[in-house]
Design a protein around this ligand. Structure first.
Ligand code: KG4
Ligand code: ZN
Length: 349
């Protein structure tokens, strides 16, 4: 029986461990963020990230168990992010999970980071299946039909930059630092979102694909031609830029929900923390008679609670990983509506 699942996450710049009971109850959720280190460089430095994971991983796991008031022996299974992510970073979490599984003789499961972002919603909500899920993070923007706790069908993804990347690159161009989403969100609150017009990427009902490199480029050209006049102007630029990204995400997500006649939408990943996507999303939900769910902000950004939650449901399905599983940097998923086929690339063990 799987009751207590230890989750371990180290795919990018957060070292995280969490314990979840019965796939529902969050007993602990520890996240050691490296943001202050990477912000000096304007983005994540992979080699630095893996070294920092190495330093933090064991204290973070120990803290997660202590907060949950459990010992290693009490754990029924260990779920760990296997990919996608930075290989050097992933390997730290994976090696730790394997060592624990081997020495404690506990079941091990490698899980997909993106599917786990979606699973975070089950910790706080009862969402009936099927539902449409948008995952918008720093590296990915994917749309899924979710038919069960472990059944994810990819409908579309971004053709180029991810939504979070568009926020981060814009913030860099505007001199706002890393990560950009939080800063742009903050400044946008005092800005006029109708002041400037940035293009709505691939704004057509014919395709669910996302694309954010065009809007980023239009901002770069805008900044070449125009000076940021003052603080208010900066706020207006941020608000107008954010509006295009958010509208694009919501248009495509709700178009998909309507086409597939699915009345529930989940929005997750770091960009789901955005205050405008939450505000505008509520309006889209009402207009379309669709129920909208978001995990809490701390469960939208990278964490291990989501890894433990997906792990619980997959363990329950009878899934198990061998001790020789490798990390993968990307998961090439062929989009076939209603079916899917995977081929893993960049496998390292
Ligand atoms: O899911 P996440 O924590 O990590 C990845 O798996 O990538 O997402 C991080 C991304 C970053 O690009 C960050 O700028 C963005 O989420 N983000 C936001 C906000 N908070 C974080 N974007 C817009 N508005 C926010 N409030
Ligand atoms: Zn993530």
């Amino acid at each position: 029986m799987y009751k207590y699942i230890l989750g371990i996450e180290s795919s990018c710049d957060e070292t995280a461990a969490a314990v979840v009971e019965d796939g529902k109850k969050l007993l602990s959720n520890i996240v050691a963020s490296q943001i202050s280190t990477h912000s000096k460089y304007g983005g994540v430095v992979p080699e630095v990230a893996s070294r920092m994971h190495l330093e933090s991983i064991l204290p973070v796991i120990e803290e997660a168990l202590a907060k949950a008031d459990l010992n290693f022996e009490d754990i029924d299974g260990i779920a760990v992010t296997q990919g996608p992510g930075l290989i050097g970073s992933l390997l730290v979490g994976l090696a730790s999970a394997k060592s624990l599984a081997f020495s404690l003789d506990k079941p091990l499961l490698g899980v997909n980071h993106l599917e786990a972002h979606i699973s975070a919603v089950h910790l706080e909500n009862k969402v009936d299946f099927p539902f449409i899920a948008l995952i918008a993070s720093g590296g990915h923007t994917n749309l899924y039909i979710v038919r069960g706790y472990t059944e994810f069908e990819l409908i579309s993804k971004t053709r180029d930059d991810a939504a979070g990347e568009a926020f981060d690159k814009a913030a860099k161009a505007l001199g706002l630092g890393y990560p950009g989403g939080v800063m742009i969100d903050k400044l946008s609150k005092s800005g006029d979102r109708n002041k400037y017009k940035f293009p709505l990427p691939l704004n057509t009902k014919k395709s669910y694909d996302f694309s954010f490199s065009g809007i980023k480029t239009s901002l770069v050209y805008f900044l070449k031609k125009n000076e940021v006049k003052n603080e208010n102007d900066l706020n207006d630029i941020c608000a107008s830029y954010q509006e295009s990204i958010v509208r694009s995400l919501l248009n495509k997500t709700f178009n998909a929900a309507n086409e597939y006649h699915i009345e529930r939408v989940v929005i997750c990943g770091g960009v789901a923390c955005n205050s405008r996507i939450r505000e505008l999303g509520a309006g889209f939900g009402k207009e379309n008679d669709i129920k909208l769910f978001y995990p809490s902000p701390s469960l939208c950004t990278d964490n291990a609670a989501m890894i433990a939650t997906l792990g619980y449901y997959r363990f329950r399905d009878g899934d198990l990983s061998q001790l020789n599983i490798g990390a993968y940097s990307t998961l090439k998923t062929k989009i076939v509506r209603g079916q899917k086929s995977f081929s893993k690339t960049g496998q390292h063990s």
